[in-house]
Design a protein around this ligand. Structure first.
Ligand SMILES: Cc1ncc(COP(=O)(O)O)c(C=O)c1O
Length: 340
């Protein structure tokens, strides 16, 4: 048995999800006529108390569309230096939106209102105009760390006072909400746009949603089309999204419990002095005296897949296809790993 913990994107649709997909009524979504896509978009917008939503192929696309909506040429985005939008979206802030980016540092991938305030550019001919602040929750590079509403509210207030837009990369927002018990609608009230991924913890094969105002989502449809993301009978995929919102949200806490157990198992290894605090489904282990490549090679020998996450870091992500049996097996297999 292969234990694949590279990401929560590796899951396969469940039998129930497949049944929902194959029986979905569909139409041409570029004409706005796919009833299942429309139902998913309405359901998500309503859940977050936002006016509208658009279904896209990926979280990269929903983030990049949001950046395009909230910036212009020669303007600037403020985000954490480890944010997915900056590190892992191929320089899209620059190439898709011709915008500059100001990177902030902060514990476990999070930034504060005070830091953002100091980073807003003055109205000066030398500086790009700051137009957008972007947060990530949960924060992938922070080990799945969580922003709470109390941390976000002062940032929202600051953006309001300074006329800045606020976007959330909520690829794993449902993981955060599962732990805090906060409501999607309270989160919807803080942001101009939110990106939600269906293909991560929620277990869909494809798809992300961008939530926002009616006028922003109307503009988003144009950007999606010109970037080649207009899909036709996408209802087959949207049906998976509806199924996931109905069936896979409440179970996320199971992934978090397994992640905590997995973190504790890793800490027993002599060459793992530290595991980032495990709050959701991401576990980042720091290695000492052993390289990620060497550790991952031994993991591969034990049929365990992981990813390198820095010069001395390895990441493991729990998900829908990782159950208690695999967790137990993981513990047995890693206890056999020795560096002599
Ligand atoms: C935090 C975060 N944001 C955005 C994305 C992008 O999602 P996608 O792979 O669907 O483009 C990812 C992907 O892993 C992610 O982890």
């Amino acid at each position: 048995m292969i234990i694949d913990l590279r990401s929560d994107t590796v899951t396969r649709p469940t039998a129930g999800m497949k049944e929902a997909m194959f029986s979905a009524p569909v139409g041409d979504d570029v004409f706005g006529e796919d009833p299942t896509v429309n139902a998913l978009q309405e359901k998500a917008a309503k859940l977050f108390g936002m006016e509208a939503a658009i279904f896209c192929p990926s979280g990269t696309m929903t983030n990049q569309i949001a950046i395009r909506l909230h910036t212009r040429i020669q303007t600037e985005v403020i985000c954490h230096k480890h944010s997915h939008e900056y590190l892992y979206e191929g320089g899209g802030i620059m190439s898709n939106s011709l915008a500059s980016v100001k990177l902030l540092d902060g514990d476990l991938g999070k930034i504060t209102a005070a830091q953002i305030k100091a980073a807003i550019n003055p109205d000066d001919v030398h500086a790009p105009e700051t137009t957008l602040v972007s947060l990530e929750n949960t924060m992938n590079k922070g080990g799945g760390s969580i922003y709470t509403l109390d941390e976000v509210k002062p940032i929202k207030e600051l953006c309001k006072v300074n006329g800045l837009k606020l976007h959330l990369d909520g690829a794993r927002l449902f993981n955060a909400l599962a732990e805090t018990g906060e409501s999607p609608a309270d989160w919807g009230a803080q942001f101009d746009t939110i990106s939600i991924c269906l293909s991560k913890g929620l277990g869909c094969p494809v798809g992300s949603l961008l939530l926002g105002s009616k006028s922003d989502i109307r503009r988003a449809r144009k950007v999606r089309k010109v970037w080649g993301g207009g899909m036709r009978q996408a209802g087959f995929l949207a049906a998976a999204g509806i199924y996931a919102l109905n069936n896979h949200v409440t179970r996320l806490k199971e992934d978090h419990a397994r992640a905590r157990a997995l973190g504790a198992m890793l800490l027993k290894l002599s060459f793992v002095p530290e595991v980032y605090p495990v709050t959701t489904n991401i576990v980042i282990a720091r290695l000492q005296g052993v390289s990620p490549e060497d550790f991952m090679k031994k993991l591969e020998d034990q049929k365990i897949k992981s990813v390198k996450f820095g010069t001395d870091l390895v990441r493991f992500v729990t998900h829908l296809d990782f159950d208690d049996e695999q967790l137990e097996e993981f513990g047995k297999r890693i206890s056999k790993i020795l560096f002599l």
